[in-house]
Design a protein around this ligand. Structure first.
Ligand SMILES: Cc1cc2nc3c(=O)[nH]c(=O)nc-3n(C[C@H](O)[C@H](O)[C@H](O)COP(=O)(O)OP(=O)(O)OC[C@H]3O[C@@H](n4cnc5c(N)ncnc54)[C@H](O)[C@@H]3O)c2cc1C
Length: 495
């Protein structure tokens, strides 16, 4: 079957990859001139890369790790020591660690928590451990039920001292969804803690060895195109064209640079766009359907990613750091953590600014100035001294609507990959899958969509030549471009 997919983020790429494994032909349409969506990266005129987000891979990402294995690029993941490192605001320039010993789960996690005496007292650790018991005993059902509470409310309900939130969970909430504990759903933290405590290497982290566009997305494109699929950049889907019975007749692609619009027809259609542009594009006849109405409950959260190049080395730490700054979330010196960005003389800090709602409309200069002030607390030896570190250049990447904002009650709005429209499916990190809005969630959603399309085909409705809807007009089932006009879109092939 020919499957048209709108959006070449990880969900769209994963869906296309698994469709080729099932013997189908995906045509992947990406609005922008760059692959990857929220993992997209660009090279500046000096050849330095800058990214949409500082991205960490976890041991608890089975679908992502499987995909990487299938692509034969496992050597591109740079695994770090099994530890979590937090800045200590009361002692600038110092760190506190949760070191996971080489023991089976959950003992390594318990030892990591018990072994840290800087951030939590023994009574706090005990209270927190007791609070987690229901989640450990009742598992996922309990975790889902807790979606009615914010993390702050859940901590209070479990009698966990407020200091635990302040010391550990502001940083974790910001890292997981770019918002604070009083906003984030308890389900998000409990899901992460469950994975981290139940899998020996669940919280072990890896960095990719270069830009995600180049080192992760391009191999997926190679895989897809080697097997007959197509990936087109600069191909924005403008409208879903419908048949009289409201199934999809085609994707209307906006012509760029004065080119005419184009209609792409296929047997099956997938939206792998983020939820916000999808909502804006839903055809009128679908608006009454509960499945699509529920999407109104989901909305992307703002976040900002900064890259700062300095004239010297600020740290030798080769790991992710939780800043515990009110302005910033996690950060890393990418000149240490990532082979592709390695530099023995100079640091390149990549930092996530969150929550970003009050910053997203500010100028890059204002954002960088505020960040530099925070760096005085994170690296007191290098700033505020008589010979402060010099900022050589910077890039700021703003994403006004990134992953869906996971406030309490959002789980019920997350759609299944199969829609009520027979030949239309959804993929994306916001769709229902057991992982959060993350790279793992995006890859898994794409895989689930490919599987749902396979079931659709096996049910006979979607087999090639079969009409997905009873009264489809004959010309609509034609394959290939209905109007094969020249366009400015670029078809990607193997490098
Ligand atoms: C700052 C930041 C840090 C992050 N850190 C991590 C991390 O450490 N670990 C982790 O696991 N996850 C992290 N994430 C989350 C992760 O990046 C996302 O969950 C994941 O990449 C989403 O993939 P997706 O394919 O669902 O959506 P997207 O990546 O948003 O892809 C959707 C694609 O659809 C395209 N599109 C939109 N409209 C159209 C249209 N009309 N026609 C055609 N194409 C269209 C977009 O251009 C985009 O390429 C982070 C995200 C950000 C922003």
């Amino acid at each position: 079957m020919r499957v048209a997919i709108a959006g070449a983020g990880l969900a769209g790429l994963s869906c296309a990859k698994y469709l080729t494994d099932f013997g189908h032909t995906p045509i992947l349409l990406e609005r922008r001139d760059v692959l990857g969506g929220k993992v997209a990266a660009w090279q500046d005129s000096d050849g330095d890369w800058y990214e949409t987000g500082l991205h960490i891979f976890f041991g608890a990402y089975p679908n992502m790790l499987q995909l990487i294995k299938e692509l034969g690029i496992e050597d591109r993941l740079q695994w770090k020591e099994h530890t979590m490192i937090f800045n200590q605001p009361h002692a600038p320039g110092t760190y506190s660690r949760f070191d996971f010993p080489n023991l089976p789960a959950p003992f390594n996690g318990i030892m990591a928590i018990l072994g840290n005496n800087d951030m939590l007292t023994w009574p706090e650790k005990i209270r927190f451990g007791l609070g987690l018991i229901p989640a450990m005993i009742q598992g996922q059902r309990y975790v889902e039920e807790m979606d009615k509470y914010s993390w702050s409310e859940w901590l209070k309900k479990q009698n966990i001292p407020p200091r635990v939130e302040k010391e550990v969970f502001i940083a974790m909430s910001k890292a997981l969804n770019f918002i604070n504990p009083d906003e984030i759903s308890a389900t998000i933290l409990l899901t992460a803690l469950n994975r981290f405590l139940q899998e020996k290497n669940g919280s072990k982290m890896a960095f990719l060895d270069g830009s995600p566009t180049d080192r992760l997305c391009q191999p997926m494109v190679d895989y897809i195109t080697d097997r007959g699929g197509e990936v087109r950049l600069n191909a924005p889907v403008k409208e879903f064209l419908l048949n009289p019975d409201n199934t999809v007749r085609g994707f209307l692609i906006r012509g760029l640079n004065d080119a005419a619009d184009e209609v792409l027809t296929a047997d099956v259609y997938v939206s792998a766009m983020p939820v916000d542009p999808l909502k804006a594009m839903l055809p009128k006849p679908w608006h009454q359907m509960e499945y699509f109405q529920k999407l109104e409950g989901l909305e992307g959260v703002p976040v900002i990613n900064l890259h700062l190049w300095f004239d010297r080395k600020l740290t030798e730490i080769d790991h992710l750091l939780f800043s515990r700054s009110p302005l910033l979330s996690v950060y890393a010196d990418m000149s240490n953590t990532c082979r592709g960005y390695a530099n023995e003389e100079r640091s390149m800090l990549e930092l996530v600014l969150a929550p970003a709602k009050d910053w997203i409309s500010k100028s890059d200069q204002e954002i960088v100035d505020a960040t530099l002030q925070e760096l005085e607390k994170l690296f007191p030896d290098h700033f505020g001294s008589s010979n402060p570190a010099k900022l050589l250049k910077y890039h700021v990447v703003k994403t006004p609507r990134s992953v869906y904002k996971a406030t309490p009650g959002r789980q019920q709005y997350r759609p299944e990959q199969k829609s009520p429209i027979a030949n239309f499916f959804l993929a994306g990190d916001y769709t229902m899958q057991r992982y959060l809005a993350s790279m793992e969630g995006a890859v898994l959603s794409g895989k689930l969509t490919a599987q749902a399309i396979l079931s659709y085909e096996e049910s006979g409705v979607g087999s090639v030549g079969a009409n997905p809807c009873a009264h489809l007009e004959p010309e609509v089932t034609s394959q290939g471009l209905e109007v094969p006009l020249a366009s400015s879109s670029q078809t990607l092939t193997k490098n």
